[in-house]
Design a protein around this ligand. Structure first.
Ligand SMILES: Nc1ncnc2c1ncn2[C@@H]1O[C@H](COP(=O)(O)OP(=O)(O)O)[C@@H](O)[C@H]1O
Ligand SMILES: C=C(OP(=O)(O)O)C(=O)O
Ligand SMILES: [K+]
Ligand SMILES: [Mg+2]
Length: 499
């Protein structure tokens, strides 16, 4: 029921591998524009579409922005050896060639942003911290626009992209950069992206600005925005950001460098709790770095995933592991199995009571119905919950109460017009539930009108039950709890199936 977001890249872009990822449980594909051009990502996405068709597994698309990410520019792409206890200069002069004692970077403001004694971290791709391709530097001198550093460990920078992270400094660059805007308005529009992962979100204003930008791009006004927390600055504005965002990503790669390691767990737990109470999805990254090169996770990693699930996370995001790891499909399977074990022992009872108490009274009618549906489903030991929804709101509210059984969210399309053409809503809403814990969407036939008459409800219900049987979550004589509208009334009903 916990969702898996897989980052697609060099090791996960053939139709065959992507099909494997989908079958193993990936329900959201992430395209990270920190590296690779639009054409490269388009090829991968076209393969994803083919894989979705052949596996018949729905998959949402997430565009991850570059944002104010600092990068070392190594045009020649030859490996650079860095020797511990020697000096290296970081320069904004990108025309210079990268060498063992000079590293050009993509930002002119570094010398103003750092001071003597600051720590700088440089890593290849989505650094894991355990590679010999990762280096720690200490700032020793500011020289005009150049920053002189002492190399703390020997390393060889190989590969094509090194991210640079300076702990706890303010980078004076916009969260949504011009390059990001260009990518969103071309690649994003062309591919109807379901989620925008806003890298380095630092203020609520960042989300409002991104939302305003999307609102002018046709269908992308439906794109959900996930705030990506990657540094201390974002954490200090967590509550305001959560109010504006549709969901959050706890980006422990960067965050784990920016804040002291002993602080990360508590932030994670607090952030997941706040998301749960707000009914917004929380995604956790960087869970099985070691699986980038190995078939088995470490004990610590396996336990960490289980704890993330027990804490209430909606989804796990895999980066390097699926992007450039040797075992993308196996990694998804392993992570999925650990999540499933943790779900079995999730303390739903305690969680449910905590949530009710937090929401308080009077409760909105819909939330009262949703929470009652979950309670009824647990009491009668229903095998699935079935929820009719158009906007996805009702299904998300059911997931908020963390039912122990899957929720089939039956998305009923609505006919809409922009005064130029008629279209059906529903596709975005269905795919967007693929990041919410426990939700399994199906799109109802658009020939069924959205008005909930008895006859249409019954026929849609039959299709949904058949679907549940086909995917094996509903068996003969099971009980199913249904949440739907009958006329004006929202109802929860308990079905006792015959066959
Ligand atoms: N087209 C539909 N047919 C039957 N019931 C529906 C339909 N759309 C929503 N419902 C149900 O109506 C109730 C109110 O949901 P509402 O918040 O209006 O829907 P949505 O999830 O589309 O925002 C919920 O119980 C939901 O399951
Ligand atoms: C997922 C992360 O960010 P990215 O992969 O975009 O660097 C992270 O920092 O955990
Ligand atoms: K990124
Ligand atoms: Mg990051």
């Amino acid at each position: 029921m916990t969702k898996i977001v897989g980052t697609l890249g060099p090791k996960s872009r053939t139709v065959e591998i992507i099909s494997g990822c989908l079958n193993a449980g990936m329900s959201v594909a992430r395209f990270d524009f920190s590296w690779g051009d639009a054409e490269y990502h388009q090829e991968t996405l076209d393969n994803l579409k083919a894989a979705v068709k052949s596996t018949k597994k729905l998959c949402a698309v997430m565009l991850d922005t570059v944002g104010p990410e600092l990068q070392v520019v190594n045009r020649a792409e030859h490996p650079i050896s860095l020797q511990a206890d020697t000096s290296v200069v970081l320069t904004p002069d990108q025309d210079k060639e990268a060498t063992s004692n000079l590293l050009p970077i993509n930002f002119t403001g570094l010398s103003k942003a750092v001071k003597k004694g600051d720590t700088i971290f440089i890593g290849q791709y989505l650094f894991t911290g355990s590679e010999t391709t990762t280096v720690w530097l200490e700032v020793t001198e500011i020289n005009g626009e150049d920053v002189v550093c002492l190399i703390k460990n020997s390393a060889t920078l190989g590969g094509q992209l090194y991210t640079l992270h300076v702990s706890q400094i303010r980078i004076d660059l916009p969260t949504l950069t011009d390059k990001d805007k260009e990518v969103i308005s071309t690649w994003g529009v062309r591919n109807n992206i379901d989620f925008l992962s806003l890298s380095y979100t630092r203020h609520a204003e960042d989300i409002r600005h991104a939302r305003d930008f999307l609102s002018k791009l046709g269908d992308l006004r439906q794109t959900q925005i996930f705030a990506k927390f990657e540094n201390a600055e974002g954490l200090t504005h967590f509550d305001e950001i959560l109010q504006e965002a549709d969901g959050i990503i706890i980006s422990r790669g960067n965050l784990g460098i920016d804040v002291p390691p002993e602080k990360v767990f508590l932030f994670q737990k607090a952030a997941v709790y706040k998301c749960n109470m707000a009914g917004k999805p929380a995604v956790v990254t960087r869970v099985v770095d070691s699986m980038t090169d190995n078939l088995r996770p470490t004990r610590a990693e396996a336990t960490d995933i289980a704890n993330a699930v027990l804490d209430g996370s909606d989804a796990i995001l895999l980066g390097a592991e699926t992007l450039r790891g040797l075992y993308p499909v196996e990694t998804i399977s392993v992570v999925g199995r650990i999540c499933a074990e943790a779900e079995k022992v999730f303390n739903q009872d305690l969680y449910y009571k905590k949530t009710l108490k937090h929401v308080g009274e009077p409760m909105s009618h819909l939330e009262s119905i949703a929470s009652s549906a979950v309670r009824a489903a647990i009491k009668v030991k229903a095998s699935v919950l079935l929820c009719f929804t158009s906007t996805g709101r009702a299904a998300r509210l059911i997931s908020k109460y963390r039912p122990t059984m899957p929720v089939i969210s039956v998305v009923i399309p609505r006919l809409k017009t922009n005064q130029l053409r008629w279209t059906f809503s529903g596709a975005f809403e269905a795919r967007q539930s693929l990041i919410v814990r426990g939700l399994f969407p199906i799109l109802a036939d658009p020939r069924h009108p959205a008005e909930s008459t008895n006859a249409t409800n019954e026929s849609v219900l039959k299709v949904a039950l058949d679907h549940g049987k086909a995917i094996g979550v509903i068996k003969p004589h099971d009980r199913v709890v249904v949440c739907q509208k009958l006329g004006d009334a929202s109802v929860v009903k308990i079905l006792e199936l015959e066959d």
